[in-house]
Design a protein around this ligand. Structure first.
Ligand code: F6P
Length: 360
């Protein structure tokens, strides 16, 4: 008997179900022994508290195009993983116990950066863990792409497209906030896909004077409106020079005045340029709805690679894609690293050639 545990951890994304379906179909179609799948509910929480259900073939039927996760998810911050819960429970020990009680051969963990750190810890503790790169943010180190990213770009680009018509009718400047606290992959890709005039991302600190200049330049060349895409974690050049602690303090103060960064950027543009400015936030719609065809394919590839590894009795890595090939990257290499947008990358440079400003 082969016993496989599965959980989805952290913020959800569109192709989690497609990925799990890929694992299950691969294993069931190729295993010579009977297989049991245990689905842990709400991420690591299910593994800690032993909340799971036995899954059958039927659970995975009809879910390829279904967003969200049939298992539920939650955030279990890595920095708190060694802290006992409110009843004094040792979370790491509890996870190990659940794993061994169920006599699992392998645990498949669909998660992003923080979740992969926990996966690495469990792997170091002797559990057979395979991580699968989930996140709309595309910031997982070791893989060219993550599942969820393609779907999020589509949603974000569609939101920016839709703003174009109303911005044009009224001749307004629109500040559109796109997800990405630490990285700017979605704002960059969605911004280029939908013809943004300015894209502000955490990796390229901006100067508001340059943003105003870009708006004025556009107006001089006949543009009635301007689209400013702002990542959740967009940062000014001055703030980027601050020590981390000081910047965090400043952010906390700022949050008392503005619900999020877009409102501050919008107010500053309005004050400095005298133009009429509006804010739009697609928010969590970027994580919602059905996965794109591309995400379904990549998610399936990840599932198949994990399934193959299970059948080979291998674990201790994250399945990934590099140069269009599926690969396995050791968890200890992935854990704790972030894949940032390179300001010198082709797409950033091409966007600049096209006249898109990054405010730098
Ligand atoms: O990590 C995915 C993500 O959607 C980020 O882009 C965003 O900053 C964050 O999660 C939002 O988190 P929450 O769903 O907890 O509000």
């Amino acid at each position: 008997m082969l016993r496989i545990g599965m959980l989805t951890s952290g913020g959800d994304c569109q192709a989690l179900n497609a990925t799990m379906r890929g694992i299950v179909k691969t294993v069931l179609n190729n295993s010579e022994e009977p297989v049991e799948f245990y689905g842990f509910e709400d991420g690591y929480r299910g593994l800690i508290y032993g909340n799971f259900r036995l899954l059958s073939w039927a659970d995975f039927s009809g879910i390829l195009s279904q967003g969200g996760t049939i298992l539920g998810t939650s955030r279990t911050p890595f920095k708190l993983i060694h802290e006992p819960d409110e009843n004094g429970l040792d979370k790491v020990e509890a996870m190990k116990q659940t794993y061994s009680k169920l006599k699992l051969d392998c645990l498949c963990m669909l998660g992003g950066n923080g979740s992969t750190k926990t996966a690495n810890l469990l792997s170091e503790e002797g559990l057979n863990v395979i991580a699968l790169p989930k996140t709309i943010d595309n910031d997982t180190w070791g893989t060219d792409i993550t599942f969820g990213f393609s779907s999020a770009i589509d949603v974000a680009a569609k939101a920016i497209d839709d703003i174009h018509t109303t911005a044009s009718s009224h001749g307004r400047v629109f500040v559109i906030e796109i997800m990405g606290h630490k990285v700017g992959w979605i704002p960059l890709y969605a911004g280029v896909a939908s013809g943004a005039d300015v894209i502000l991302i955490p990796e390229i600190p901006y100067d508001m004077d340059n943003v105003i200049k870009a708006i004025e330049k556009r107006e001089k060349s006949g543009g009635r409106f301007a689209i400013i895409v702002v990542a959740e974690g967009a940062i000014t050049k001055d703030d980027a020079k601050l020590p981390k602690k000081e910047y965090k303090k400043k952010l906390a103060e700022r949050m008392k005045k503005y619900p999020s960064v877009a409102y501050e950027v919008a107010e500053e543009i309005a004050n400095k340029s005298g133009r009429e400015v509006r804010v739009a936030l697609p928010g969590h719609t970027q994580r919602g709805g059905a996965p794109t065809a591309f995400d379904r394919i990549f998610a399936t590839q990840c599932g198949v690679e994990a399934g193959k590894a299970i059948l080979e009795g291998k674990a201790g890595f994250m399945v990934a894609q590099r140069n269009w090939k599926m690969v396995r990257v050791p968890l200890k290499e992935v854990a704790g690293k972030l894949k940032l947008v390179d300001p010198e990358s082709d797409l950033v440079q091409e966007a600049k050639f096209m006249g898109i400003s990054f405010g730098d």
